[in-house]
Design a binder for this molecule. Sequence first.
Ligand code: GLU
Length: 485
Amino acid sequence: MSEIRTRFAPSPTGYLHLGGLRTALYTYLFARKNKGTFILRIEDTDQEREVPGAVELIYQSMREAGLTYDEGPDVGGDYGPYIQTQRRDLYLPWAMKLLETGAAYPCFCTREELQERRDAATARGEQFKYDKHCLHIPRDEAKRRMESGEPFVIRQNIPQTGTASFEDALFGHVEAPCDTLDDNVLIKADGLPTYNFANVVDDHLMGITHVMRGTEYLSSTPKYNLLYEAFGWQPPTYVHLPVVMKDATRKLSKRYGDPSFEDLLAQGYVKEAIINFIALLGWCPKEEREFFTLPELVDAFELEGLSKSPAIFNMEKLVWFNSEYIKRMPFEEYLRRATPWFEQALAGRGVDYRRLAELMHSRTEVFNRVPEMVRFLAELPPYELELYTHKKMKTDPETSLRALLLARPALAGLADFSEEPLKVCLMGLAEEQGLKTGQMMWPVRVAISGLANTPGGATEIAYLLGRDETLRRIDIGIARLQGQA
Ligand code: GLU
């Protein structure tokens, strides 16, 4: 069998969306698994849709995702250029070959003429399809008009009868009656090819053996196969991947504010978690297993595991994967990654980030949730006095006030305000005064955090806050419980 060559062929129309990332990932996995070649090709022939900077963003996202390509615009290769606008001159000669055999024809209809016919079709309640008007222009005349500089496009000449078909590795035999297919433009008036033509020519010239792309191309691929036939080329193996849905009703889409890969990274998702999660959106490993590194995915990937039904992007599942990856992260890495998020809420407060990181590591689901979780260390949140009542801890406002009044001078006089002495002090005090541990720790924690749930308990928080702030918050608690504030 010849070497496997696959390509990811994004159009530079914005950020790499997650459906695109999944296509890139599967294509990469398939190539690596089969010791093949993975190629990046930029499909920028629709210049109106191009977004400045999008090509660089694609390179960046691919790099960040770890999807290294063997050939591509910024890495070179023997089949370049890998950007379609840089290949612009090579498409027309191929289209001319189709003109010679009659598989394509030049069309001189103007935009206005086409619009008139489109409107007329709409008025008749019909779907507009190009009516092969220019197919009937005698060849000599067409040639003369083309040479005279009159604007023209080149259209594919779809047979009027019969069917066009192809075999898909996932969807099997796919066919369409030819009379439902439109004579697509292959070369536009500006000389650039459309996607319809460029994908065929480039996949052939680049020796692509396997094409993976979204199911939105399933219905046009029979037409592409007619082009392969017209050229006498061997078509690649097609694998059309079902769409990624946001929910049962709509596709995942940037337009609705669904995040791109870059957005997720910026929100503090871990790239390995994103990749792991994306890999399972429409592919199921043979063994029952959820966690995969990229090399493990390469080993496990098989086309047989792909699903034909749309995959649903379950955000909670991604959050879960992410929290698992964060838990498994070495502590030093967690500290490094969490620090800028701590800074957002706590800059200049002198909080011991290393200690805070120890308390936060197992509780962090996504990094962008960290500032909210630690903000109470910068500012005491408003809280209801009911928080002092806790059945299990056997506390109520009255016992709480007593505990705080006892804790206040003890903490003020504590020589060393670090965790162990804090703990010894508060526990000792509770015992001495006939209070249960919870009856001391709960009110102190409420007074200094204002929260029912915190990373760490009373002593950890007191240490992180430091003496002055701890005492200030206890004073506030006392005043409120005494009904003075
Ligand atoms: N440029 C196309 C897209 O971004 C790629 C389709 C294909 O892979 O053939 O959707």
